[in-house]
Design a protein around this ligand. Structure first.
Ligand code: ZN
Length: 336
C-alpha cells in the first residue's frame, strides 16, 4: 500500500486493512466508534503499556495523518513488534472530509463537562464519543493497573513558528513522569515544550487530568493539504513514536526549551482586539509591559519578563481562548 493510499484511508477513518492485519495475528481489535480503533495483545493482562495516538482533532491538520498512516502501515505488517496496547483516534472525520478545522465549534475545547452552551454542536457529540472510548481504554479511574498510559495528540499549527515543532504539556502530569516525557519530546525533534496549567478543554489536558496519563499536544509544522504531505517530514518524530510503539517505553533525548504559561488570553466579547496581527509568528517575544490585547475595558499586558505569544487567534468565539502568553523556565523548577 502506498503512503498516499494509507494516508487517505486514515483520513477517511478507514481502519479496515490495519484492523484485519492485527486481527489475523490474534490481537483483540475493537472499533468502539467511527474513526477509533483499539488493539490489544493476545492475553493482554491490562498491564501492558497503553498508548493513545490521536490525529485530525483539527480537520485541516493533515501532516500527522500522513506520518501516523506510514507508521501504522509498517507496524501492522508485524503485529508482534507492537509492545503496547494501542488506541488510535481520528478526531474529527467530518471536518477532515471537508478540509476544515471544525464544522461548528473547535473540538479541542470540548474535552470537559462544562461546555458553556456548546452542547448541541456536532463536535460536542464527537467529543462525547471519543471520551467514552478513551475511558474504556485507559480504564475508568485508573483502577486497571499502574502501567504506562501515554497520549500523544498530533497537530499542526495554523501559523509559522520560531520553533517549527513544539508541544503543549499539561502541568498536572506527575513530576516523576515529566523528565521522561520531555526527553522523549526532545528525541522526537520537538524544539520547545510549554507546561500549561490550564485545561482549556483540550484532549491531552483531559487525558492527563482524568487518567493521570502522560500526555502532550504536539504541533508539527503547519496546516497543509493531505495530498502534498511529504512522508519524510518529521522523521525524528516518526522515529521516536515508532520506538515507543516497539519498546513500550520512550527513548530519551536532549531537553527541548521549556516554557510555562504566564497568562491565558480569553476572549470575553466581540470587542476583543489584539495589539499585533493575527499572522504573528508563534513564540514572537513581547517586551515587559507592552500591550497584548484589549477587550472592552480590560487590557492584557506583558508582565515583568519577556513573554512569547503562542496560538494567537482573535477569531474564536467569545468565552474561548484567543491565545497564550508563555515565559522561559528552567526544568525542573517548573513553578518558576
Ligand atoms: Zn490543531
Amino acid at each position: 500500500m502506498s503512503h498516499d493510499a494509507a494516508a487517505q484511508a486514515l483520513a477517511n477513518a478507514d481502519f479496515t486493512l490495519i484492523a484485519r492485519r492485527f486481527a489475523d495475528a490474534g490481537w483483540a481489535v475493537g472499533l468502539p466508534a467511527e474513526g477509533i480503533l483499539a488493539v490489544s495483545a493476545p492475553a493482554s493482562d491490562g498491564r501492558r503499556p497503553r498508548l493513545l495516538l490521536s490525529v485530525g482533532v483539527h480537520g485541516d491538520e493533515t501532516a500527522p495523518i500522513t506520518m501516523l498512516a506510514c507508521l501504522l502501515d509498517a507496524i501492522s505488517r508485524m503485529p508482534a513488534a507492537l509492545a503496547c496496547d494501542l488506541m488510535l483516534v481520528v478526531g474529527n472525520p467530518a471536518a477532515i472530509a471537508q478540509g476544515k478545522r471544525f464544522l461548528e465549534v473547535d473540538l479541542n475545547r470540548l474535552f470537559r463537562t462544562q461546555r458553556e452552551g456548546l452542547d448541541g454542536m456536532r463536535e460536542a457529540a464527537r467529543a462525547d464519543a471519543i471520551m467514552q472510548a478513551v475511558s474504556a481504554f485507559f480504564g475508568g479511574d485508573g483502577v486497571n493497573g499502574d502501567g504506562l498510559r501515554w497520549h500523544l495528540d498530533l497537530h499542526t499549527a495554523i501559523r509559522p513558528s520560531r520553533y517549527p515543532t513544539f508541544a503543549v504539556v499539561p502541568d498536572v502530569i506527575a513530576e516523576t513522569e515529566k523528565p521522561g516525557l520531555l526527553g522523549f519530546l526532545g528525541a522526537a525533534g520537538i524544539g520547545a515544550a510549554i507546561l500549561s496549567g490550564s485545561a482549556a478543554g483540550t484532549f491531552s489536558a483531559w487525558t492527563a487530568a482524568r487518567f493521570a496519563a502522560t500526555s502532550a499536544t504536539l504541533e508539527l509544522g503547519q496546516v497543509s493539504a493531505l495530498a502534498g504531505n511529504d512522508p519524510g517530514r518529521f522523521a525524528d518524530t516518526r522515529a521516536a513514536i515508532d520506538a515507543l510503539l516497539r519498546r513500550g517505553k520512550p527513548v530519551g533525548g536532549r531537553m527541548p526549551e521549556v516554557f510555562r504559561v504566564s497568562q491565558e488570553l480569553t476572549k470575553h466579547s466581540d470587542a476583543f482586539r489584539m495589539a499585533f496581527g493575527k499572522d504573528t509568528v508563534n513564540f514572537t517575544p513581547l517586551e515587559p509591559g507592552s500591550l497584548i490585547a484589549e477587550d472592552g475595558g480590560t487590557a492584557y499586558r506583558v508582565g515583568k519578563q519577556t513573554e512569547y505569544v503562542v496560538f494567537p487567534n482573535p477569531d474564536v468565539r467569545p468565552g474561548l481562548r484567543a491565545g497564550l502568553m508563555v515565559v522561559k523556565t528552567s526544568f525542573p523548577q517548573v513553578q518558576g
